[in-house]
Design a protein around this ligand. Structure first.
Ligand SMILES: [Zn+2]
Length: 78
């Protein structure tokens, strides 16, 4: 009996699905960076201009924190 006869014929190769949306999104970012646009130090968002802290204009708690703003709901010790 020959066992190697079936060895070459593999079942189906695992399906590889390119995540088009994600790729498009990243390409868009790369384009913007190549255009010389800055990106947020925190979230990587490409913007036309950064604020003094090198951040985009988002106002999430993290962004506020980086700007040194008091974050509501977060108790400040000291
Ligand atoms: Zn940001």
């Amino acid at each position: 009996m020959s066992a190697s006869a079936t060895a070459a014929a593999k079942p189906e190769a695992p399906e590889w699905k390119p995540n088009r949306e994600r790729i498009a999104d990243e390409l868009r970012n790369v384009d913007a960076i190549h255009e010389g646009k800055p990106t947020c130090r925190l979230c990587g968002q490409v913007v036309n201009g950064l604020d003094t802290f090198g951040l985009c204009s988002k106002v999430t708690a993290t962004h506020k924190e980086w700007r040194g703003d008091a974050v509501p709901g977060k108790a400040r010790k000291r």
